[in-house]
Write a protein that binds this ligand. Structure first.
Ligand code: NAD
Ligand code: WQD
Length: 338
């Protein structure tokens, strides 16, 4: 099966490319490198010993997208390409709706034109932002979120569901990722955020490497065991494996399948910080700061549906995530910039 990977040079995309190639899939990648580097693709090639057809194009450019389908003739698409920073989406809502929603429509139209029936879509635990009862299962979805990025995920899920309703031959997996962290154990590919990281673990990694001074822990007065925010962290390689399983599921399926991809365990900010200290052997200075606007106390997955229907179960724990993140960070202090 040949899989077209949109956004395949990005953080989750590059790890998924490795998993797909190792599982015997053929792939091609389209990415405009808006938030990534071609170096990631070269390193995936180096890790797998396989050449990847790569197109530096935007999914918003319909003619370019069509010519990729024309040449590559994919059997399935994994759609990662999107803008993903929550805070930036509040400042630039139109850019987020444009890239994420139009981009998905452009892709669905092109799939229709070239008769491609299988899609894996990158959704997010952000669709559960208003849910109070933990753990969240796929039915907890409440059509409410706190920011434009989250709305783009809710909207795209709905657009995809409606498209599947109109064409029963479509077979789609909507994967709701929890908090992906870590890196490939080789230390050759990993997360390479532009500027100061917004997310907890890349921030901690840059404190450990001396690029940033100290972590601000956003709030220690949440109703959680140690007062800091609780999330469901998942190793990016486990997440990548989840895509291989989802592709196999939709290969001869029909309709829409929705799965949480998480570990099922909640871990607090301070627990993550201490796990990272242990894995890296470095002390992470921190201060307690006010809560960050829009944050919730806790969110973690009920991953039992993915386990039952896909055979998905995380294999790597929080220590593995921290160890592999530190391996990546310490060998690539400036990310892919040589
Ligand atoms: P990323 O920014 O590393 O990867 C996204 C890739 O898409 C980048 O390589 C970027 O250059 C590319 N891209 C952006 N706009 C494009 C366009 N118009 N045309 C072609 N390529 C374009 O992000 P990631 O963390 O790997 O996230 C991948 C997907 O997973 C996104 O859809 C994101 O919303 C979703 N997701 C991410 C997280 C997370 O915490 N990282 C959590 C849940 C869901
Ligand atoms: C984790 C915890 C913070 C930074 C975001 C998106 C979500 C999804 C994943 C895409 C929280 C605390 C953080 C810091 C801190 N992305 N924190 N100091 O907010 O759970 O999820 O990324 O779909 O949509 O919202 O992840 O890593 O930013 O925060 O104390 O400098 O760490 O308050 O409790 P979050 P995060």
């Amino acid at each position: 099966m040949k899989v077209l990977v949109t956004g395949g040079a990005g953080y989750i995309g590059s790890h998924t490319c490795v998993a797909l190639l190792e599982a015997g899939f053929e792939i091609a990648v389209i990415d405009n490198l808006d938030n990534s580097s071609y170096e990631a693709i070269e390193r995936v090639e180096e890790l797998t010993g396989k050449k990847i057809p790569f197109y530096k194009e935007s999914i918003l450019d319909k003619a370019a997208l069509e010519s990729v389908f024309e040449v590559e003739k994919p059997d399935a698409v994994i759609h990662f390409a999107a803008l993903k920073a929550v805070g930036e989406s509040v400042r630039k809502p139109l850019e987020y709706y444009h890239t994420n929603v139009f981009g998905t429509i452009s892709l669905l139209e092109t799939m229709r034109k070239y008769d491609v029936k299988r899609l894996v879509y990158s959704s997010s635990a952000t669709v559960y932002s208003s849910v109070k009862e933990m753990p969240v299962n796929e039915q907890s979805f409440a059509y409410v979120t706190t920011n434009p990025y989250g709305w783009t995920k809710i909207m795209c899920e709905q657009i995809i569901r409606d498209t599947c309703h109109a064409d029963p031959a479509l077979s789609v997996a909507l994967l709701r990722y929890f908090n992906p962290v870590g890196a490939h154990p080789s230390g050759r590919i990993g997360e390479d955020p532009a500027g100061i990281p917004n997310n907890l673990m890349p921030y901690i990694a840059q404190v450990a490497s001396g690029k940033l001074q100290k972590l601000s822990v956003y709030g220690n007065d949440y109703p959680t065991p140690d007062g800091t925010g609780v999330r469901d962290y998942i190793h990016v390689c486990d997440l990548a494996d989840g895509h291989v399983l989802a592709l196999r599921k939709i290969a001869d399926g029909q309709g829409v399948y929705t799965y949480n991809l998480g570990s099922g365990k909640g871990t607090s900010v301070l627990e993550m910080l201490h796990a990272f200290e242990k894995a890296s052997g470095r002390e992470i200075p921190y201060v307690i700061a006010p809560r960050r606007a829009g944050d919730i106390a806790e969110v973690y997955a009920d991953p039992s549906l993915a386990e039952k229907e896909l055979g998905f179960k995380t294999k790597r724990d929080v220590f593995d995530m921290c160890k592999d993140l530190w391996n990546w960070q310490s060998h690539n202090p400036n990310g892919y910039t040589k």
